[in-house]
Ligand binder design. Structure first.
Ligand SMILES: Nc1ncnc2c1ncn2[C@@H]1O[C@H](COP(=O)(O)OP(=O)(O)OP(=O)(O)O)[C@@H](O)[C@H]1O
Ligand SMILES: [Mg+2]
Length: 331
């Protein structure tokens, strides 16, 4: 498989009144062309900050302070705002948790959809309008030609969400980052959006990073799953292996917390305790205070990411033995 995105030892920090805070600590993963990576983990684990670091859209007090992000073999860390903007309009798109992050309140929906189509796909105005109407129809928006004349504030939250999704699809990006894109939508529309993502992935080999709390959605769309905890990757694996044979105690906890596969509500319940505060130094494994399998070594030394098999890596000392004769991936 052709590699699309390679993130290596990414460290993202925020300047805060309490000092520097590391929101991401040595995050490494990759996404191939046509592959869907789902990122899961509790609130505050760094899923959105991972997405925003890749897009170059961190809040003003945040910065990538170490590591590398390679997109199609080009380094993104250190690229100028102008170069990143060109990539964002064209090659990489993001669907945000909050649609107003992506929509401009002073332009009509029509303008915001047609403009990039005319610039990047070189369509005429007439063609762009036609294509916009088609896109809005695909994301389940009724009376699409009327909606083109509306401003974002004239639409409901759910409609705005769909417009933003249509915008992200407009230029057929090579990489789509979707940060909880369907949480605010009803199940029928959610299914439509997931189908759309699937179609683009098949048609143009789009790579997808999909952030979600919904394990039902993960099971449906993921090729690979990455589990984050307190700004670190604690386990990565292909979806079958990770669901059937999770290795990291945190992943086990997350999966056990899913109430019932047949349950409508498959959102994650919480595991007892809470994640460590990021502004304090963490000794050993960040999960050790909550871990039911905690050992002495876990309190003093942080485990490396052990390679469990060709399909799975886990950052836990419990995997040390099974990984003994295999090589350690990274520390
Ligand atoms: N502008 C900021 N300044 C300081 N800290 C921030 C800022 N933005 C995010 N953080 C911190 O970075 C960490 C990771 O946040 P992030 O938004 O990536 O979490 P998340 O996994 O997306 O959570 P959720 O599931 O709630 O969306 C959190 O501890 C958060 O408080
Ligand atoms: Mg988030």
């Amino acid at each position: 498989m052709e590699e699309l995105l390679k993130v290596d030892n990414l460290v993202t920090q925020f300047r805060t009144p309490k000092g520097k805070l590391s929101a991401l600590r040595e995050v490494s993963f990759s996404v191939d062309k046509g592959e869907t990576l789902c990122i899961v983990g509790e609130s505050g684990s760094g899923k959105s900050i991972t997405s925003l670091s890749i897009m170059g859209l961190l809040p003003s007090n945040g910065e990538v302070s170490d590591g590398s992000i390679q997109f199609k073999n080009t380094e993104l860390v250190g690229k100028s705002e102008r170069e990143l903007e060109r990539l964002r309009g064209n090659e990489m798109s993001m669907i945000f948790q909050d649609p107003m992050t992506a929509l401009n309140p002073v332009f009509t929906i029509g303008y915001q959809l047609c403009e990039p189509l005319m610039i990047h796909k070189k369509l005429s105005k007439k063609e762009a309008i036609h294509e916009s109407i088609e896109l809005l129809t695909k994301v389940g928006i009724p009376n699409p030609s009327e909606k083109l004349k509306n401003y974002p504030h004239e639409l409901s939250g759910g409609m705005r969400q769909r417009v933003m999704i249509a915008m992200a699809f407009a230029c057929e990006p090579s990489l789509l980052i979707a940060d909880e894109p369907t949480t605010a939508l009803d199940v029928t529309i959610q299914a439509q959006i997931l189908d759309l993502i699937y179609d683009l992935k098949e048609q143009i080999g789009m790579g997808v990073i999909f952030v979600t709390h919904d394990m039902g959605v993960v099971a449906e769309i993921a090729d690979k799953v990455m589990v984050m905890y307190a700004g670190e990757v604690v386990e990565v694996g292909d979806v079958e292996t990770l669901f059937n044979d999770p290795q990291h105690p945190y992943t086990k906890g997350l999966l056990a917390a899913v109430p019932n596969v047949d349950d409508k509500d498959q959102s994650l319940n919480t595991i007892e305790g809470s994640a460590p505060s990021l502004d304090e130094p963490i000794n050993g494994c960040p999960f050790h205070p909550r871990c039911p399998f905690v050992m002495e070594s876990c309190k003093v030394e942080k485990p490396p990411l052990f390679k469990v098999s060709d399909y799975q890596e886990s950052k836990c000392w419990l995997q040390e033995e099974s990984a003994n004769d295999k090589s350690t991936v990274t520390s």
